[in-house]
Design a protein around this ligand. Structure first.
Ligand code: LLP
Length: 436
């Protein structure tokens, strides 16, 4: 039974429910529950670090996008930007809920196919697709390839043996107000063609008997909190020409911290559809491709405290770190964290929550307000559902965490934790063969 406790002194529990998964609550003794399962039970069953996803909230969020867009603009399609969580279980959910899927590269293609996504509904992205990947995509009958450049058209001219649907990625010239590494719509972008070069590529596609060009694509960046920027991009792209389809990308930001105020899905859709009504042909098909805003809030990462060290600061060190939260180093993303098995105690201490990798930048939360914390306690970092698993790596020999989906009191493993054998597997046979 889920009880939302009265907030103990110093706690920010009231604000926390906004950034934790929708199906979160506490037990009577102050333990966090997600999808009706306590984090204590999840830690015991699956170990830590662990990525936990609230499947009910996740599916609800998917429907907010699909229903929200189709009610505003019926001729529309929502693509899931699967780089945000390229897990086979997630591809299954995307297919079941009626999302199309954006894949970027041969690896995501393999995972999507393993997840049972209808190839017809795959959109293949990438600024440097190789012959091998394009061949794999053509063999799999991927529905649409989103062409990035003319070299890719050269490759396709060589490789196509049957008709293929194509979109062209163009650079709209919108500098997204976000971290530089997440901005992709400015004139300096490596993705897509500048608008003045689009006409030539379009002519080539229109002239080719097997190339079925049907529209343009743009994506201005990620973690964008100002919806005017999406509207500006829609307006800019209208000047490329009149097409059947306009894919206006992803990028809607989410709330990572107690203070952030990201636009709602509804506000975002209102804004882009208003811009489309002003600037795009009324019978055009509109597509969007959100990633982060679909999966981020529904996922958290669970850690166990390994050490509490009181020097000038109080350092609370956990059994994971930047190897599984690369964003803290890559984009300086700020997160919130809680001591998930002591939510009913006064949050009386301010600590540095650190990981175990060998860098001072491995600071998961700079100044987390927490109850007195002990070795063995459970820590939850909220809103880690997007790009954390994606970018996890083996820094310091770290093992990629497992993923579980929880729903109605049940937990299901979606990806197992890496093992030391996995770590050794790519080396051992090669070394034996090479007699190193
Ligand atoms: N479409 C394209 C072509 C993209 O490149 C991306 C994200 C998306 C859609 C989805 O954007 P979203 O809705 O998730 O913002 N590593 C960074 C994120 C990079 C985003 C890459 N592209 C991070 O961890 O923040």
């Amino acid at each position: 039974m889920t009880v939302h406790q009265p907030a103990p002194p110093g706690s920010r529990l009231g604000e926390l429910w906004r950034i934790l998964p929708e199906e979160s609550g506490t037990t009577a003794d102050g333990v966090l529950e997600i999808g009706g399962v306590t984090v204590t039970e999840l830690a015991e069953r699956f170990g830590t670090p662990l990525h936990i996803y609230d499947e009910t909230g996740l599916r609800r969020q998917i429907r907010r996008f699909i229903d929200g867009l189709s009610s505003r603009w019926p001729n529309s399609e929502v693509l899931y930007a699967s780089k945000s969580l390229p897990a086979v279980g997630m591809y299954r959910i995307a297919q079941a809920e009626g999302l199309s899927v954006d894949i970027a590269g041969g690896g995501e293609l393999q995972l999507a196919l393993a997840g049972g996504v209808d190839p017809e509904r795959l959109y293949f992205h990438g600024n440097a697709k190789t012959d091998a990947e394009l061949t794999m995509a053509l063999d799999a009958r991927v529905g649409t390839i989103i062409v990035d450049n003319e070299d890719e058209l050269d490759r396709l001219e060589r490789l196509l043996t049957r008709s293929q649907r194509l979109l062209l990625r163009v650079i709209p010239g919108v500098e997204a107000k976000t971290h530089a590494s997440q901005a992709t719509g400015g004139l300096e972008s490596k993705f897509g063609l500048p608008m003045d070069q689009a006409a030539h590529a379009i002519e080539r596609m229109n002239a080719h008997p097997l190339m079925e060009f049907f529209g343009v694509h743009l994506h201005i960046g990620s973690q964008i909190l100002d919806t005017d920027q999406f509207a500006e991009a829609v307006e800019k792209i209208s000047s490329v020409g009149t097409f059947d389809t306009y894919d206006v990308g992803g990028g809607l930001g989410i709330n990572y911290t107690y203070e952030e105020e990201a636009p709602s899905v509804e506000e975002y859709l209102d804004r882009i559809v208003a811009a489309a009504k002003s600037h795009l042909p009324p019978d055009a098909r509109i597509m969007i491709e959100p990633g982060r805003s679909i999966v981020a809030r529904s996922g958290v990462t669970l850690y166990r405290v390994v050490s509490v060290k009181r020097t000038g600061h109080t350092f609370v060190a956990v059994d994971g770190g930047m190897a599984d939260q690369l964003d803290i180093a890559l984009t300086q993303q700020r997160y919130e964290a809680i001591i998930a098995d002591r939510l009913h105690e006064p949050w009386s201490e301010n600590v540095q929550l650190v990981g175990r990798q060998c860098e001072s930048g491995d600071l998961l939360v700079d100044g987390a307000q927490v109850p007195p914390v002990s070795v063995g306690d459970l820590v939850v970092m909220s809103a880690t559902g997007a790009y954390a698993y994606t970018m996890s790596n083996n820094y310091n020999g770290a093992l990629k965490p497992a993923i579980v989906f929880v729903r109605d009191g049940e937990a299901r493993l979606a990806a197992r934790r890496e093992t030391y054998d996995d770590l050794l597997a790519t080396h051992a046979p090669a070394i034996a063969a090479a007699k190193l």
